[in-house]
Design a protein around this ligand. Structure first.
Ligand code: PMP
Length: 443
């Protein structure tokens, strides 16, 4: 069918099978963004929509930032692509160095991917290969956590703990266990920042390790703060405990920082914020401000060096992607990190966090609100589900917010907010003022 180019909304929406979308609902009442600038998206019908979610937790510097746009333009005209295997180009090395320099100290090496999901698969594979490289080849088991989100590839959904993301897709990876999730609303509801209760849930790791024998376990992967399953903060002492137990048993600890990386909690990475150092960090999203797909795995020198012993002309790690360290993505990454640094956006997130916290907790008295959680510039507002129709109430809030020119995100019955770090106090007021109005009127 021919397209009507004068109308920004295509007249045929049938071909695109949209990801994680209620396709039939969407195609009846499509929601289209046609441009963006700073804190706002613009819709096909000309409305400015305040971005309360930094796209999908990724546009931390806001939209259409000139430095990033220009870097992409320049790089595309200079070197569009270079083979990722056995050849290099300067920008990927520069970006790896910049990333290493801003990461917590033990992270010394950077492996590039194209998404959070690929970063997770890469980290899991490196963990197993590392154990083998140091003579611990029986260590192949992986441990994730209930309600964990680690992307959508087979490794990620295997260690992840979201029922709907797992149950349709067969038997998944074998040799995987899950820690219990840390969401304890009866004890921790309406906590500001890290909750008091739940550190002892990390001790479940001892039980799982004892069950299989430590010599079978390669790695534990968790999000230091679980984003996609409703913004779940780690209980005080929980991550420290995981670190102690993994270290005691020679198990690697991987932090999936695809959301928490690049300033969301007011520091470069959550590992710094919580002062717990994993052996690997996965990241993506904010690495390029979401503008070009790119992810990375950061690893300690110990992990990297374990692969560097064979003949010099031999490939050390049999893993990589055609677009690992892609020149245009690398240029976007460099411009993004420079924007964060120049504008002090991570510090800004830390400074604004108390105002943000007060604003989100001001919704506590609204109808249907059963919990509120926050840290840095992220928040989750949990609504009581409608009996027999879970997710309906929150989805209705999402649709109403869009009509009122505010973009929010929902996961189950939880409203998740994670604005660009350039947000101003007046945007915060608008965001929560609009949400208050919506919550008051919700069925
Ligand atoms: N890990 C975490 C913690 C995430 O939040 C996400 C995405 N929300 C992913 C992995 C997957 O990233 P992507 O969608 O880029 O594959």
């Amino acid at each position: 069918m021919a397209l009507d180019r004068s109308n920004p909304v295509p007249n045929d929406l049938s071909a695109f099978w949209m990801p994680f979308t209620a396709n039939r609902q969407f195609k009846k009442t499509p929601r289209m963004f046609v441009s963006a600038d700073g804190m706002y998206y613009k819709t096909a019908d000309g409305r400015q929509v305040l971005d309360g979610t930094a796209g999908l937790w990724c546009c931390n510097a806001g939209h259409n930032r000139p430095r990033i746009v220009e870097a992409i333009r320049q790089q595309a005209g200079e070197l569009d692509y270079a083979p990722a295997f056995q050849m290099g180009h300067p920008k990927a090395f520069e970006l790896a160095t910049r990333l290493r320099d801003m990461a917590p100290e033990p992270m010394e090496h950077v492996f590039f991917t194209n998404s959070g999901s690929e970063s997770v698969e890469t980290a899991l594979k490196i963990a197993i290969a590392y154990q083998r490289a140091i003579g611990q080849g029986t260590r192949t088991r992986l441990i994730g956590r209930e309600r964990g989100y680690h992307g959508v590839n087979f490794g990620g959904i295997s260690v992840g703990g979201i029922v709907n993301n797992r149950k349709f897709f067969g038997s998944l990876l074998t040799g995987v266990d899950h820690l219990p999730h840390t969401h304890l609303p009866e004890k921790n509801a309406f906590t500001r920042g890290q909750p008091e209760h739940g550190a002892d849930l990390a001790d479940e790791l001892e039980r799982i390790v004892a069950l299989h024998g430590p010599e079978t376990v390669a790695a534990v992967i968790v999000e230091p703060m679980a984003g996609s399953t409703g913004v779940l903060m780690p209980p005080k002492g929980y991550l420290q405990r995981l670190r102690e137990i993994t270290r005691k048993h020679g198990i690697l600890l991987i932090f999936d920082e695809v959301i928490t990386g690049f300033g969301r909690l007011g520091s470069s990475f959550a590992a710094e914020h919580f002062d717990v150092m994993p052996d690997m960090i996965t990241c993506a999203k904010g690495l390029t401000n979401g503008v070009i797909p790119m992810g990375a795995v950061l690893a300690t020198r110990e992990i990297h060096d374990a692969f560097m012993h064979g003949p010099e002309e031999a490939i050390e790690l049999f893993h990589g992607y055609t677009y690992s360290g892609n020149p245009i993505a690398s240029a976007a990454g460099l411009a993004t990190l420079e924007t964060y640094r120049e504008e002090g956006l991570f510090e800004r997130a830390a400074e604004l966090a108390p105002y943000w916290e007060d604003a989100v907790h001001s919704l506590r008295d609204c109808p249907h609100v059963i919990d509120i959680r926050n840290m840095g510039l992220i928040a989750g507002i949990e609504l009581e589900p409608i009996a027999g129709a879970p997710t309906k109430r929150a989805f209705s809030a999402f649709l109403q917010a869009y009509e009122k020119d505010v973009l929010i995100r929902t996961t189950g019955d939880i409203i998740a907010l994670s604005p660009p770090l350039i947000i101003e106090k007046h945007h915060i007021d608008t965001l929560f003022g609009t949400l208050r109005d919506i919550l008051k009127g919700l069925d």
